[in-house]
Design a protein around this ligand. Structure first.
Ligand code: HAM
Length: 476
């Protein structure tokens, strides 16, 4: 740690006499003034106003957590850009029918979780619970089918679901997303899974990719009939929820987590046995690409996903919580070859994924995984008094323009306090400007570690510092 005592930091030049300027006061009439005094002594203290708290299930993202958010954002962005995806942002508020039609009426999201209300024009609107339907709307609305296909889009933003909050489950949560529209090839599915795998793998989060194929509607109709028959034969052994699902949306029985239903679920018919040749070939190709890429996966025959728009490949990225002996889904995705048509477009196959950001950050924290280093200030600009403060502000701006990150506390007057602040932040150099330096057109450059100081030309200060830092070798 650099000691501030090593060398006298700075010789203060004789202080200028301070001329106090009185600000003109608004004159009070005698009566008002007396009244004010009386109020101050006799009036009861006004009750403190009630503070307004966050809504349940909502969270502030505080400064202390921002480096996690930045690291995850930058990782998602770099993967998206490396794979040739363009960024898209859609509004958080959409016409409610987009999700009612897009996600399926008998889904948990639509039945229980959507923030849906009438706005002031009596239009039914929804705070988006997910973004895939919005991407499809934008693809259609902006004629993106006219562009060369596939169209590859990525996004980052908040989603809203009125769920019961717990760790990793909020009512406003953030997703990144990669969506590919206009290409039926299984290599697209494999690419989306690869991108997802890289997101977790490059942070060092151990994950397993659970994968299944849900086939096309015809495959599913055949499978559902078998599934319903099988579950009916085991009616006595299943929970009430499963019984209800069997009537409304039979595939959802495979999502049941009830202990008692597990043996029935384990022996249930598997959808892969009901796939058409086309769907089976498609699925086999996806798995072959993953094998080639060395991406490990687990064939999960009960994975059906909670949204109705999926066809063929579906997958989730799962991590184990050894402490709690449980598994968490970090993200989900799959193919949705019929959604564009459902929302009014021509037949357009598509595939995508949406990693949940909070759940990834929970893992980064729990596992104490290293994040990329943050930008650190390279120099601290200290000043003494008003004249030198002006020069210090100018120097700060010049440093910034030269690509040097500087730090400052221009509202502070004490040099000791300023240098202590630089020391605490482990900033390697400080520039100090006092009145003498202002007059001479110089600045003191202090090596914060050794305490060695030299006086240099004010105008050359950024270049000289860059040379010291090894980021500009052009100046001698
Ligand atoms: P999803 O499985 O509903 O899929 O959500 C994807 C991820 O969002 C989840 O795995 C989880 O990490 C996160 N997530 C969901 N709900 C919450 C919540 N209440 N609190 C915190 N995180 C949550 C979709 O949303 C699809 N749009 C994915 C997709 C994209 N399919 C194709 N393209």
């Amino acid at each position: 740690m650099a000691s501030l005592k090593k060398k006298p930091v700075f010789k203060k030049s004789a202080p200028k006499p301070v001329v106090k300027k009185e600000l003109p006061r608004k004159p009070l009439t005698g009566g008002q003034s007396a009244q004010k005094k009386e109020n101050a002594s006799t009036a009861p203290a006004a009750p403190a106003k009630k503070q307004i708290q966050l809504l349940r299930g909502m969270k502030d993202i505080l400064p202390r957590d921002q480096h996690y958010w930045k690291a995850v954002y930058e990782k998602a962005q770099s993967i998206a850009e490396d794979f040739g995806f363009d960024r898209i942002d859609t509004p958080v508020l959409e016409d409610a029918s987009l999700f009612l039609r897009g996600l399926g009426k008998v889904t948990d999201i639509v039945e229980k979780e959507m923030y849906m209300f009438e706005d002031r024009d009596a239009d039914k609107v929804t705070l988006r619970p997910e973004n895939t339907a919005s991407i499809v709307r934008a693809y259609l609305q902006h004629g993106m089918w006219n562009q060369p296909q596939p169209v590859k889009l990525w996004y980052w933003g908040p989603m809203f679901r009125h769920e019961r909050p717990q760790e990793g489950r909020q009512r406003q949560f953030w997703q990144a997303g990669f969506e590919v529209l206009g290409d039926p090839s299984p290599v697209i599915d494999a690419m989306v899974i690869q991108m997802t795998w890289l997101l977790y793998n490059e942070f060092g989060v151990p994950v397993t990719i659970h994968i299944n194929s849900m086939g096309m509607p015809d495959d599913r109709t055949r499978y559902k009939m078998e599934l319903v028959q099988y579950y009916r034969a085991h009616r006595a052994e299943i929970c009430e929820n499963c019984k209800a699902r069997l009537m409304k949306n039979p595939l959802r029985v495979l999502d049941c987590k009830e202990e008692g239903c597990q043996p029935v679920k384990a022996n249930a018919p598997q959808i892969v046995d009901y796939l058409s040749n086309d769907s089976r070939d498609h699925f086999m190709k996806v798995l072959e690409y993953l094998d080639e890429l060395g991406i490990p996966y687990f064939l999960n025959h009960t994975l059906v996903r909670g949204l109705d728009y999926y066809t063929r490949t579906v997958f989730e990225v799962v991590t184990s919580d050894e402490e709690q002996g449980s598994q968490t889904a970090l993200c989900g995705g799959g193919r949705y070859d019929l959604l564009v048509e459902e929302l009014g477009g021509k037949p357009t196959p598509a595939c995508g994924v949406a990693p949940g950001i909070e759940r990834l950050i929970v893992q980064l924290k729990k596992r104490q995984l290293p994040l990329p280093p943050q930008r650190q200030p390279q120099v601290y600009v200290a000043q003494l008094g008003d004249l030198s403060r002006r020069k210090a502000m100018l120097l700060f701006a010049r440093l910034r323009a030269e690509g040097v990150m500087a730090d400052q506390d221009f509202s502070k007057g004490s040099l000791k306090a300023q240098l202590e602040s630089a020391n605490a932040k482990k900033i390697p150099f400080a520039f100090v400007i006092g009145q003498k330096e202002v007059q001479e057109g110089t600045v003191i450059m202090r090596d914060m570690d050794s305490g060695v100081q030299e006086t240099i030309d004010f105008n050359k200060a950024p270049q000289i510092l860059k040379r010291k830092l090894g980021i500009d070798k052009s100046v001698e």
